[in-house]
Design a protein around this ligand. Structure first.
Ligand SMILES: [Zn+2]
Ligand SMILES: [Zn+2]
Length: 224
């Protein structure tokens, strides 16, 4: 948690979204109190899995090698992600990135990238929140960040079921810098994992371009 403490102390002036204390978008006490996770699990079937791996049952149909996803998308996590998405609170990206780093042993030697948000939403907001988190995480971890994926389709994610989303996302991504993908290990960063369909499509695209392993890390996960 040292990194969080350091980070929180350098982010003034901000107001904690939980207790309204001045200092950071979320204070150290609140992130410790509200953003811990109980158990490591397979994000596909939610069964516990000590290494955050995709379990044997789910692996055959999943292109991801491992998914680190953090807190359940409850009240506080929702506030944090909303703060980043809708209130232009870019400092929050740094908090979420350091939370991920403090809680997971991410693989070493990876190239960090993000899942690009649908373009219309980026234009509306003026920035891509997943890119901000990925850049902060790479910087804090001393890993290279590269923009590797582009959005091809204009389809927006809607709250449909997993199969619908997968179809919508089919062929959704293109590769921007193939030399950083082939034979590399890639870490995809996003703010929240819901069905996982977006991450899986991104992983398929990266693996088709020759990526050796694809791991994902997200701050929060939404229970299915
Ligand atoms: Zn607080
Ligand atoms: Zn599973």
């Amino acid at each position: 948690m040292f990194m969080l403490e350091f980070l929180v102390s350098t982010l003034a002036p901000h107001i904690c979204v939980v207790c309204r204390k001045e200092g950071a978008p979320i204070c150290y006490d609140c992130i410790v109190a509200h953003c811990s996770y109980d158990t490591a699990y397979c994000y596909c079937c939610s069964n516990s899995n000590a290494t955050h791996g995709i379990c044997a049952n789910c692996r055959t149909k999943n292109p991801l090698d491992r998914v680190f996803s953090g807190v359940t998308y409850g009240n506080v996590a929702l506030k944090l992600v909303r703060g980043l998405k809708f209130e232009r609170n870019k400092a929050m990206a740094s908090c979420l990135a350091s939370w991920i780093l403090a809680n997971f042993s991410l693989p070493t030697g990876v190239v960090v990238t993000h899942v690009p948000t649908a373009n219309s939403r980026v234009r509306l907001r003026g920035y891509d929140q997943a890119k901000l988190i990925a850049q902060c995480l790479a910087k804090q971890a001393g890993l290279p960040y590269k923009e590797l994926l582009s959005r091809r389709s204009k389809t927006r994610q809607v709250g449909s079921n997993r199969a619908d989303r997968f179809l919508q996302l089919n062929n959704a991504f293109g590769i921007l810098q193939p030399r950083y993908v082939a034979h590399r290990q890639i870490l995809i960063v996003d703010d929240v994992v819901t069905t996982g369909a977006t991450l899986e499509q991104a992983a398929i695209t990266l693996k088709l371009a020759g990526a050796h392993k694809v791991t994902a890390a997200t701050f929060a996960h939404q229970p299915k």
